[in-house]
Design a protein around this ligand. Structure first.
Ligand SMILES: [Zn+2]
Length: 471
């Protein structure tokens, strides 16, 4: 019960349960990069009540759990800003191809996906992400074969079981081979069909409230797989509905050549001409940006999902992340689909982003460990438009946080915890909370059985391969 005269809203209203985490290092990733060598986090209900140095106040009421974080680092939950969950069923194929050849090799298989396959793939992809400290994810799903059932509903139900927040980017393709596009004609939707289905997904599932578990974004796939009209009308639809816009942009030199041949301009100018620059837009990759493109992104607040492993796997190149950050462009990290990044882990992308960018022209000054952690947390929240809720450990924000075990063999001899997390091996997650609810404990998913997920994914991957082989 609340003490007489208490002004504590949480205690007065509902006797909200508290979780206290103490004795851990903390990297808040707030505006000042505040860190505590030994500190505490108090979670009340689904929000963070306090973060600070030393032990938590001793007289807190309704503490249902007290966690000793000795040897661990608390960070905000990681935010994945670009993925294609369905690709979990087609990992390890076309392993030595560039983007366009890889797409052409895989489209015919992808076009056979159905709702049970997507549900299994979602839990495989998301399971790996969440086990590795992701608490908010975005999935760009753009394959909607005729008669495949309610794919959006199936995916969201699979996500809800695991317990992460999602921005589901309802994708689309309407430029098949007969219109000069890359996908086969049987893999695309009509322009009108794609727009109506995107609007229906927004109406059915988009929840803009504080603490929302589901956002929907409008997300035509890429300049080489959608019509100019679909880009233009998707932008109008998103702005009418108040949702964000997502697509792929400037991923490869082949894409730039495609845009120049078909549209007489580069990808950024083409996307700008269809209404696709703005602070409600984020684009995956953005590897081949000219200085003028970076200026346009910065001027408009357009965000970037940096996907270093996928860019390396498909030999796409190195995105200009230090230049984007210097210009003030919001940048988050993305795993990308697991057909082009088989590990599907986001915590390793912190390290890969740092290493890959140091191979570029800025060399050792390209990124440091704290900048890499910021990309994977606050930067992701910026790109998904959720900095008021997530991305840093601050009082009043949602209790989406991760405790990383850094006293084991992989990390114990590295003194600085953020250096250990970013430069070291993939750290085990001892606890991950989404809105105060544990989704990982002791490096295992809490709400689903991992072995069942693995078996189901294998079964569905084989079924997809069989159906695709039968043509
Ligand atoms: Zn992608």
């Amino acid at each position: 019960m609340a003490a007489p005269g208490s002004t504590d809203r949480a205690v007065e209203d509902h006797a909200v349960a508290r979780i206290v985490i103490e004795n851990c290092a903390i990297a808040t990733v707030d505006a000042h990069d505040t860190e505590y060598a030994t500190g505490h986090v108090v979670v009340a209900g689904d929000v963070i009540e306090s973060v600070g140095a030393g032990r938590a106040p001793a007289d807190l009421a309704h503490v249902v759990r007290r966690i000793d974080g000795t040897g661990q680092l608390a960070t905000p939950g990681l935010v994945n800003t670009h993925h294609h969950f369905y690709q979990w069923l087609t990992r390890g194929l076309a392993t030595d191809h560039n983007l366009f050849d890889w797409l052409v090799a895989l489209y015919p298989t992808w076009a056979r996906i159905d709702a049970p396959m997507l549900a299994a793939a979602t839990q495989g992809s998301l399971g790996m992400l969440v086990k590795g400290g992701a608490t908010t994810v975005s999935d760009h799903h753009y394959i909607f074969p005729e008669g495949a059932g309610d794919l959006v509903g199936a995916e969201l139900a699979a996500v809800a079981e695991i317990g992460a927040r999602i921005t589901l980017a309802r994708g689309s393709m309407d430029r098949g081979a007969k219109d000069g596009g890359l996908p086969p004609d049987f893999a695309v939707e009509s322009t009108e069909g794609a727009l109506l289905a995107t609007e229906a997904a927004i109406d059915a599932h988009h929840d803009p409230s504080f603490g929302s578990m589901v956002h929907i974004a409008a997300a035509p796939c890429s300049p080489f797989s959608v019509s100019t009209e679909l880009l233009r009308q998707s932008a109008e639809l998103a702005r009418r509905k108040g949702v964000r816009l997502h697509t792929h942009g400037s991923e490869t030199v082949e894409e730039e050549a495609f845009c120049r041949r078909l549209f007489g301009m580069g990808p950024t100018d083409y996307l700008a001409s269809t209404g696709w620059l703005g602070d409600d837009v984020w684009m995956a990759h953005c590897v081949h940006l000219h200085d003028s493109d970076i200026d346009a992104f910065a001027r408009t607040g357009t965000g970037v999902a940096h996907c270093p492993s996928s860019n390396a796997r498909l030999a796409a190149g190195i995105a200009r992340v230090p230049d984007l950050l210097a210009a003030g462009v919001p940048v988050g990290l993305g795993v990308d689909g697991t057909a082009s990044n088989e590990s599907g882990e986001l915590h390793t992308e912190l390290r890969n982003a740092l290493l890959v960018n140091r191979l570029g022209p800025h060399r050792e000054a390209a990124l440091n460990a704290r900048q890499a952690l910021r990309l994977g947390t606050y930067g992701g929240a910026q790109v998904l438009g959720r900095t008021a809720e997530i991305g840093s450990l601050e009082a009043g924000k949602l209790a989406d946080l991760v405790l990383w075990k850094l006293d084991g063999l992989g990390h114990s001899s590295i003194a600085d915890p953020v250096t250990a997390l970013v430069f070291g091996a993939a750290a085990p997650v001892t606890l991950s909370l989404v809105g105060g609810v544990p989704v990982v404990e002791d490096n295992r998913l809490t709400r689903v059985d991992e072995d069942t997920l693995a078996r189901t994914a294998r079964t569905e991957a084989r079924r997809l391969a069989r159906i695709a082989a039968a043509g």
